[in-house]
Design a binder for this molecule. Structure first.
Ligand SMILES: Nc1ncnc2c1ncn2[C@@H]1O[C@H](COP(=O)(O)OP(=O)(O)O)[C@@H](O)[C@H]1O
Ligand SMILES: [Mg+2]
Length: 364
């Protein structure tokens, strides 16, 4: 690992640490050629071949996407055997940092959710599932622009799995029920995770906490509690986003449309759900057998939903990570303008158009 003032690739002068994840460290750096600040993500020593392939996958996935809500990839290379990637610097904080101070107002959550949904919509349109939407992967710069970061677990639709347990990698607190059961991974898992993140922004409390296994299995026992005092349309949307049935969840673009309408106190209209990106269209006999085994384990552990829902096939072991428990916080704030948006039933059928792609500004 390079030292504090090392020059990476004869070009990037390393400075302070911006963040450290499971296998990588992100450092602030100065691009001596273009004379601008950047972020460099370096794989930590001690990681294995699978980590290296994930890192490679992250670089290539992100490099193939371009959206105001995603950080740009500027450069990539290796320091000896260790790969690094140079990213657009987001000079600000993570949503996780912000949530340490308590919940966000409804209006801010709608705007944050809209921006993230649009970025996710772009990702899904390109056949990619992020699979790790969570507060520490959501960044906000001083300007108020929000970014979805960390494509380390992202997968292109239809690609072969990188590792045996690949399908279950993720953060326990935000896994969709089908990820826990080893079911088909579609873009709907990102919508579910975003639903839990938005709920956490509103309540200041992580919905599914405890140990990794407890958190993962808890969502099979009970649906998230969406507070009654939230605006009706927001409650309706969050309930659909966190539905245990992937097909009942709206697309990311549909979420963006609705959150924009709620934020602007406009009519929401019917919420459409639709078919989405499939990650693994094929199933093997072994996978089906493993699925049955995991389903019976979950039933034995007391999961009621696991028994009732068609148990999808399993293709690996449960491998989840966990974050520290979030803070208990104050009651949710609401706003007058939002309350107005929820009076009456609206029949707006214009739900198919993509919402405005402008940068989201947030004052968290
Ligand atoms: N482009 C960036 N600009 C500023 N900080 C960043 C950037 N990318 C990541 N970080 C910081 O580094 C942390 C870890 O980065 P992340 O990509 O999530 O790595 P990991 O894959 O190890 O979780 C983030 O939570 C954030 O604090
Ligand atoms: Mg991360």
């Amino acid at each position: 690992m390079p030292g504090y003032y090392d020059l990476v690739a004869d070009r990037y002068r390393l400075a302070g640490i911006l963040g450290v994840g499971g296998v990588a460290e992100v450092r602030r750096a100065w691009d001596t050629v273009l004379r601008r600040p950047v972020a460099i993500k370096l794989l930590l020593s001690g990681c294995d071949e699978a980590d290296r392939r994930r890192f490679d996958n992250e670089i290539h996935t992100l490099a193939g996407l371009s959206h105001p809500g995603l950080v740009s990839v500027y450069d990539a290379g290796t320091i000896g055997p260790m790969p690094f990637v140079v990213l657009q610097l987001v000079d600000g904080s993570t949503l996780r940092d912000r949530l340490a101070y308590g919940p966000l107002p409804v209006i801010m959550v709608c705007e944050l959710g809209r921006s993230l949904s649009e970025a996710l919509g772009h990702v899904h349109t390109h056949g990619v599932v992020h699979r790790d939407v969570k507060p520490s992967n959501i960044l906000r710069d001083r300007d108020g622009t929000v970014y979805l970061a960390d494509f380390g677990l992202a997968r292109a639709a239809g690609t072969t799995r990188l590792t045996r347990s690949d399908q279950f990698v993720g953060t326990a607190a935000y896994l969709a029920p089908e990820q826990v059961r080893g079911g088909e991974i579609t873009s709907a898992v990102d919508v579910y995770a975003l639903g839990l993140v938005l709920l956490e922004c509103l309540t200041g409390v992580r919905e599914y906490d405890g140990s990794a296994i407890e958190a993962a299995v808890a969502r099979l026992h009970r649906r998230p509690l969406v507070p009654d005092h939230l605006p009706f349309e927001l409650r309706r949307l969050l309930t659909l986003m966190t539905s245990p049935h992937p097909r009942q969840r709206p697309s990311a673009y549909e979420c963006a449309r609705i959150l924009q309408a709620i934020g602007r106190s406009e009519a929401v209209g019917p919420i459409t759900t639709k078919a989405r990106v499939r990650q693994h269209p094929w199933r093997s006999r072994t996978q089906a057998l493993l699925a049955a085994a995991l389903a019976s384990l979950l039933v034995a552990a007391g999961s009621t939903d696991a028994a009732h829902d068609a148990a999808p096939p399993v293709s690996g072991e449960l491998l989840v990570t966990q974050q520290p428990r979030g803070p208990r916080a104050d009651p949710v704030e609401s706003s007058d303008s939002l309350a107005k948006a929820h009076k009456g039933v609206h029949k707006n059928k214009g739900g198919k158009g993509k919402p405005n792609r402008g940068k989201g500004k947030h004052g968290w």
